[in-house]
Ligand binder design. Sequence first.
Ligand code: BGC
Length: 251
Amino acid sequence: MRDTILLGLDVGGSSIKAGLVDIERGTLTTELRSVRTPAPSTPEAVLRACAQIDRELGATGPVGLAIPSVVQGGIARTAANVDKSWIGCAGGVRLTQLIGRPVVSLNDADAAGVAEMSAGGAGKDVKGVVILLTFGTGIGSALFVDAELVPNTEFGHLEFHGQDAERTASARVRTEERLDWSSWCARVNDYLARLYALFWPDLFIIGGSISEDFDQFGRLLDSPAEIRPAAHGAQAGIVGAAFAAARQQQR
Ligand code: BGC
């Protein structure tokens, strides 16, 4: 029998967020669990923390593991905001060794995008080009064309004012530089303009931890494309990771 409540794990540069997800409804059946990302954030330390969350939540069935890396064929290829030893690591296989169940790993922003393009998400039924951006420790991106994901887009590393865009406009930079909403949104608007000029999206979805404050800054954002907040807020990565695990189960 297929499990309909699956664990989604969302590893970030600052915290690991997790929850059991009802994959038919796309909602958490538990409170969101959040623990600090271990330092150093090696695969071993992070996956041990993930295995402990799995045990504590009493999860069953396959697990979805969202990580802040390009993921090709289950292997992490980059590590901008986590320990460099993630590069070349098959995170899903290593977590399977710890918990004894199948694990599917994917990029964290792609996971958030998968959730937002599904039932209950901000991009459900939207055709054309949709770009989801997560603003947190870095900037993550997910690109959809007629609801099909183009994985591992990494728009946070687009060169912007001579450096990676995420070094100018992430949520972490807003906190570190104590930017008020209008100064931060001015930077984000420049960034959205650049993305718009390159990809001509129909819709931008603003996700990541900052999306929970969208009512405070959303009116300051501006683009010829429509802009919507992520419907799943900061939980989108968890929900999308669990969806990815559910798809694996269907195969
Ligand atoms: C990473 C991306 C990730 C994003 C958000 C970036 O630094 O390169 O893979 O999606 O941060 O965590």
